[in-house]
Ligand binder design. Sequence first.
Ligand SMILES: NC(=O)c1ccc[n+]([C@@H]2O[C@H](COP(=O)([O-])OP(=O)(O)OC[C@H]3O[C@@H](n4cnc5c(N)ncnc54)[C@H](O)[C@@H]3O)[C@@H](O)[C@H]2O)c1
Length: 440
Amino acid sequence: MNPSTPPRPLLAALQDRTESVTVWGAGFIGLSAACALAEAGFSCAVLDIDEHRVREINAGVVPLPGFEDVIPLADARSGGRLRAATPDDTAAVAARVHLVCVNTDRDGRPVTGPLTTVLTAIGRARTGGETLIALESTVSLRWLDELVPAALDADPTTEASLHLVAAPRRDWMLSPDMNLRSLPRVLGTARPESLPVARELYDAISDVVHPAPDWRHAGLTKPVENLYRYLDLVLTNQLAEAYPGLDVPEVLRLAGTKWNVPTFHPSIGIGGYCIPLSPRFAVDGVDEDTVLPLVTSAMSWDGDHPARVAESILRIADGPIGILGLSYAPNARIVEGSPARRIAEHLLARGADVLLHDPYFTPEEITALTGARPLRWPDDLGSLGTLIAATPHALYGDLPSRLAGLQNPPTVVDNLGGYGAALRDTAVRYAEWGTPATRP
Ligand SMILES: NC(=O)c1ccc[n+]([C@@H]2O[C@H](COP(=O)([O-])OP(=O)(O)OC[C@H]3O[C@@H](n4cnc5c(N)ncnc54)[C@H](O)[C@@H]3O)[C@@H](O)[C@H]2O)c1
């Protein structure tokens, strides 16, 4: 472009797809967004500090084990509109449209570093023209109010050339049907004038867009929707503690027959990096003691849950304790927020002999991540005194028949109760988590 020619209005350039988009972060969220945008006709650069991820993407490989079939990288690349680079790619950093999809958590806690770094880089590269920055990463209200303006060195609520958008994601990455296109998308902008520009981008990749009154309302939606689930799950675990003489899973199954009550199951812990973090994002910036006492009390109780679970297990354990499943979700490699990891650490700290297996982690990774000895599946099953079935990976589908065939099977502590029916008429001692058998 001739330097004297004023740039085209952003809305028009988005409408005819001549505007390039820079996506920050090549994790599940960034890469899936970039693929969707490329398929919708936008040229996309995905920036990541992880050079391995960058190389893999440019070689046509989805760098996220287990998600190769969920992220349509090959389709997106076939049009030649998607490339990956590191953040020293000055052309991509100077783009007018940015999707920020970097991690905002580490080791189970919200972190601001990656978001601050990215926004600072975008702010420095701005030359004063129109810039759209959509925050897909999970954020707190305080971050919108304080961190974003400070990092950008600009006030998004008043500066007319800035279009700041909060567009949180709610994908369930293990289900290809619950994705960025199919799930209703909430978005809000810092200034009302930015909404048409933001909608041009998001209507291209999401079937249903729900505009929020502004970016603060949109940003808070994400922690709040997950907070409802978090509180339900904490309550579920509290009920199991409160009624040790009752089959609480059965009570919850019966309660779930009511039209407005979902069926919950007590567990050894709440896993992942969305639900357990939601209260931290929700209370950030709120006078937590007076305004959200229910949330702070749940967080405090939940923080002690792994220790309680470990104590209960040690009361029924006999001999080496095996754990099946490190990843909190079945058939995926996700160590973040792993309840099995927390329980293993507490058991080890109390002197127990703990072995752990997960098909998505090498034996070396298991030991490095948890301190437990690697459990050889299925060879070691017969040498265990107790087996915690933490995560029902597909590989463990024949666990009941394998246990039933052993001379001295371990006592099974079943986190989610899925193996009970198949073990009912066998000699295997079985304790579904939350029943009196787990509270001797
Ligand atoms: N994964 C999900 O299902 C999901 C769902 C809803 C919301 N979210 C939110 O979306 C965000 C991203 O999640 P994710 O699962 O994709 O995370 P992720 O950790 O898999 O990916 C984040 C990527 O950002 C990169 N990164 C960090 N700092 C960077 C920088 N300065 N410049 C460029 N890249 C940088 C990291 O190297 C990493 O590859 C988080 O805020 C998360 O809470 C995730």
